[in-house]
Structures are given as C-alpha cells and as structure tokens.
Design a protein around this ligand. Structure first.
Ligand SMILES: NC(=O)N[C@@H](O)C(=O)O
Ligand code: NI
Length: 162
C-alpha cells in the first residue's frame, strides 16, 4: 500500500518554510559590470555550523514520474543548495519536521534555471533530476561530525505528476 503526493509548481511562498528559491524573478538588486550584469544579491540563507562551505559537482541519474519515495534525509549541521547546470526542471521534495520525524512530504517541480537551497535541518529527498545531464553544483557543509540523518518511510509515497 502506498500514499500519493502530487507534484506542485515551485513557488517562493510555498517553499519558504523549507528553504530558498534561487532565480532571477523581479528586478536585479543591483546592476554591476558597467550596467551589463544584474546581480540578484545574497538570495540564500547558508549555514555551515562548525565547518566551511564547499562547492561540489553532482552528476545524478535522471528519474521519472511516478516516483517511489521511500526515504528522506536532513543535514542537521548545514544548509544544502542545488544549482542546476542545465535548464531542465528537476524535482524537489521536502517535508515538515514533526517531533523529529518527517511529516507528509511535498513535491515541487522547478522552472527552467531555478535552483534551491534547503535550510539547515530541512527534511528533503535527495537530488532528483528528471532529464540528462543531471549536472548540478551543490553548495553544502564540509566539516567534521555527522551531518546526515535519514528517515525511511514504513509506507512509501508515490510521487505523481502535477
Ligand atoms: N549525500 C549527498 O551528498 N547528497 C544528498 O545530501 C542529497 O541531498 O542529494
Ligand atoms: Ni541532502
């Protein structure tokens, strides 16, 4: 027996309890480089407790919908940003924390070019591209200590297209 969740379009408001949406919505915060570049300044709340920021490249296998979701994870010591290096939408799964366990997950589909930043401790599905090349820059914590907590659902969720 599984439970179904339906993919929603990613929005800043819906994602706010979980993290930041990285995109160029609205006017730039400042124009730089002789007016040839718009800077959308300081758009993510980063946190790397007792560690440092790292930039890694992820080459992930694309998945397809419907997707079986049987696990989410969180990073108690740091935030984690997924910055796509293609314009392909990808799947972002988050869940509220309910007394130390994930509640009902929500699944979002990014718009082309959008990235996200999970706030420290946010329950989330692992990086889930939906198309080749599945190439992302990931900004997260490098440091000592255990920064990964996984939760396996007793009853998996089926993630269905919106
Ligand atoms: N394990 C790892 O580096 N990545 C995961 O944290 C993930 O969210 O994809
Ligand atoms: Ni993660």
């Amino acid at each position: 027996m599984t439970r179904a969740i339906r993919v929603e379009p990613l929005s800043r408001a819906a994602f706010a309890p979980f993290g930041d949406v990285l995109d160029t919505e609205g006017a730039p915060d400042r124009m730089i480089n002789q007016g040839l570049c718009g800077r959308f300044h300081d758009r993510a709340r980063l946190d790397f407790a007792d560690g440092r920021a790292g930039v890694s490249l992820f080459q992930a296998e694309p998945r397809s919908l419907p997707l079986m979701l049987d696990m989410v994870e969180r990073h108690p010591l740091g935030s984690q940003a997924f910055v796509p290096m293609s314009l392909d939408p990808f799947l972002v799964i988050v869940a509220p924390d309910e007394a130390g366990k994930p509640g009902r997950p929500r699944a979002f589909l990014t718009a082309p070019g959008q990235g996200i930043n999970f706030h420290r401790g946010t329950w989330h599905g692992v990086l889930t591209p939906l198309a080749e090349p599945g190439l992302f820059a990931v900004i997260d914590r490098i440091g000592e200590g255990s920064n990964l907590e996984e939760h396996r659902f007793e009853t998996p969720y089926r993630v269905l297209a919106g």
